[in-house]
Each structure stands twice: as structure tokens, then as C-alpha cells.
Design a protein. Structure first.
Length: 154
């Protein structure tokens, strides 16, 4: 299994925005992050929290689906690793789309396995982040998707 190069990710920040608001005073938007690598989850959680996201973390596909099923009203974005234990990212996305078809799902991966970027995009994924990725670019992309998701839910 491919090990992500966590040294390419940005450092973890200690300060966080006011609870309930995003970085520009907008209502915070929820993101579910599912990755089986603890270092990836914690680094992304710290960085995205700093930028106004309310983060929910899952360590595998089953946990991600269970959390989304319970909290789908608060989750605007889903960021899934393609290859995870208990359910793959594409399997989780398909199940999530049954619960809430309009939710924005993105993938991150160091190895696509039997899946292709074209296939995942055709199934409804909005973006694929290749590991290692630039954290600043990921945050900017996710912020744009979150803004779109919030406007659609109003």
C-alpha cells in the first residue's frame, strides 16, 4: 500500500476561528474526511478547521458512511481516500449519493487501483486530489466547493 508523504503537507496550526463561523465570517461548512492514514486525517483536520470548516473524521469507509448517514444535514462536502478498509471511497460515494444526491464528493489518492479519474468523475466526484498534494490548493478548491454547496442549500 502506498504511504503518503506527509512531509509535503502543511504544518498543523494551533489557533482556530471562532466556533460556528468560517474564515470570512460566513457560517462554517461541514466536511467529512475519510482516510485510513491517521497523519493525513489529523493534518487535514487541523488545516481545514483553521480555514473555517467543521470537520468530521472517519478512519475507514464503513465509519464514513455511518457518520454521513447520521449527520448529512451538517455535511456539505465529503473528502474520501479511494482505497480504504471495509469500503472503498467509490463504494462510500455511491452509498452517500443514495442519502443525499447533491452532496459534493471529492477524492484524494496516491494510488487509484482499479479506478480511473475519468470513472470517478463520471460517477459524480467533483475533484480528485493526487497525493502528495499542495494543501493550499486543496483548501482553495474545497472552499470554492463549500461556497457552492451552501448557496445550493439556501
Amino acid at each position: 500500500m502506498h504511504q503518503p508523504q506527509t512531509s509535503t503537507l502543511a504544518p498543523v496550526w494551533q489557533d482556530q476561528p471562532e466556533s460556528g463561523t468560517g474564515s470570512l465570517g460566513e457560517p462554517a461548512f461541514g466536511i467529512l474526511i475519510a482516510d485510513d492514514e491517521p497523519a493525513v486525517r489529523t493534518t487535514l483536520a487541523a488545516a481545514l478547521t483553521r480555514h473555517g470548516f467543521q470537520v468530521t473524521l472517519a478512519g475507514d469507509g464503513e465509519e464514513a458512511l455511518a457518520l454521513f448517514a447520521r449527520h448529512w444535514r451538517e455535511i456539505h462536502l465529503v473528502l474520501l481516500d479511494v482505497r480504504m478498509p471495509r469500503r472503498t471511497g467509490p463504494e462510500v460515494m455511491a452509498a452517500i449519493q443514495q442519502i443525499h444526491p447533491e452532496v459534493c464528493c471529492c477524492f484524494m489518492t496516491g494510488y487509484m487501483g482499479e479506478h480511473s479519474e475519468e470513472e470517478l468523475l463520471a460517477r459524480g466526484a467533483r475533484h480528485i486530489f493526487a497525493k502528495p498534494f499542495r494543501l493550499s490548493e486543496m483548501i482553495a478548491t474545497l472552499q470554492a466547493f463549500a461556497g457552492q454547496a451552501i448557496r445550493l442549500r439556501r
